[in-house]
Design a protein around this ligand. Structure first.
Ligand code: PLP
Length: 378
């Protein structure tokens, strides 16, 4: 099987596996003051420093959560609960881990507005500026989109949001580990990360905070994670995250160049074939992601055909649903529903090679060959 679905999840790095296993055998509770507790605390502190280094912050600015979904929920619900009322702006192309809590907050009486995107999937800072006002409490715009890979101008949007006195959040689950990420340079107050998108274990993530935001914790108890997220820490997950973050930081440039070269090879191959649309091609994107459609074929049919030929890609944002609705990301970009229904995403990762890319292109030709003559034109 050739795995080309790294935006859904990535294989665990050997270094991360070792760190997980070491921590599984660590007896102590990091909150205990005796020696086993102190040893567990040391592992926790070391991992916190490693995750902090990936985004160039101090370790105290890292709050561990059970993943990117909890990180986003903590930020949206926690900031909303602190304010009690107000307007919340989220981009129309956010992951469901932002859109879900945003929807819940709308049902609870907050005014939630979707920020539109252009045809490449970018939030225009002017569209944010237009909607900002004294009653806006929170703005959430992702750093990179999980489907198209399109990057947002988070720094400029943060500047506007800060000037308006609102809280800026960015979901960087897909960005971290693929491109250099300096938290301070994003200008955001809060940022979400997820370990399993960067060769760490599943079920662990973090909120990065600049230290200036006061939110209402969504899980209360023993006051761990500076009171933001109670519960005995998931030490194996956290140490695995730390090891994966350290490795990602060390290999960042090499990975970026390697993935971009593979992505370019894939796109050149796609562009040379009839009936293929590549989405967000005009935007700055993650180096590993290509979302495309083959005219005349649904994304599900294409994905299943490739699966039968031993190639794993996904339709839409398949890391979370079996939905056959066209992607909300593509619809927000103004893509026609019948075109959006054809979308599949190939997302490359560390183990992939040129021959994997060539195998995808060859498999695509095989799957496309069942289309009636002339079908591969809109
Ligand atoms: C952009 C984005 N945010 C959040 C998440 C959720 O992260 P997790 O799977 O760690 O809950 C994902 C992936 O599923 C994602 O792609």
């Amino acid at each position: 099987m050739i795995y080309l679905d790294h935006n859904a999840t990535t294989p665990l790095a050997p270094q991360a596996r070792e760190a997980v296993i070491r921590a599984l055998d660590q007896l102590g509770n990091p909150s205990s003051v005796h020696e086993p507790g102190r040893l567990a605390r040391n592992l926790l502190d070391e991992a916190r420093r490693q995750v902090a280094a990936l985004v160039n912050v101090h370790a105290r600015n890292v709050i561990f959560t059970s993943g990117g979904t909890e990180a986003n929920n903590l930020v949206l619900r926690g900031v909303a609960a602190r304010h009690g009322k107000g307007r919340i702006l989220v981009s129309a192309v956010e992951h469901s881990a932002v859109l879900g809590p945003a929807r819940d907050l709308a049902a609870a009486g907050f005014s939630v507005e979707l920020l539109p995107v252009d045809e490449e999937g970018r939030v225009q800072p002017a569209a944010v500026a237009e909607r900002l006002g004294p009653d806006v409490i929170l703005v959430s715009v992702m750093a990179a989109n999980n489907e198209t890979g399109a990057l947002q101008d988070v720094a400029e949007i943060s500047r506007l949001v800060r000037a308006a006195g609102a809280v800026m959040h960015t979901d960087a689950a897909q960005y971290a580990g693929k491109l250099p990420l300096d938290f301070a340079a994003t200008g955001a107050h809060l940022m979400s990360l997820s370990a399993h998108k960067l060769n760490g274990p599943k079920g662990i993530g973090a909120v990065i905070t600049d230290g200036s935001i006061d939110l209402v914790p969504q899980i209360s108890g023993g006051g761990q994670e500076s009171g933001w997220r109670s519960g005995t820490e998931n030490l194996p997950g956290i140490t695995g995250f730390g090891a994966a973050a350290a490795l990602a930081l060390q290999e960042l440039e090499e990975r970026r160049l390697r993935l971009a070269a593979l992505r370019d090879r894939l796109e050149a191959g796609l562009a040379a074939r009839p009936g293929i649309t590549i989405f967000s091609r005009g935007a700055e994107r993650l180096p590993n992601t290509v979302q495309f459609a083959l005219a005349g074929m649904t994304g599900e049919t294409l994905q299943m055909g490739l699966d039968r030929l031993g190639i794993a890609v996904s339709t839409g944002s398949a890391c979370h649903s079996q939905s056959t609705e066209p992607s909300h990301v593509l619809l927000a970009m103004g893509v026609a529903p019948e075109v959006a229904r054809g979308a599949v995403r190939a997302s490359l990762g560390l183990g992939n090679t040129e021959s994997d890319v060539d195998a995808l292109l060859a498999a695509l030709d095989k799957v496309a060959s069942v289309l009636p003559v002339g079908a591969a034109a809109w």
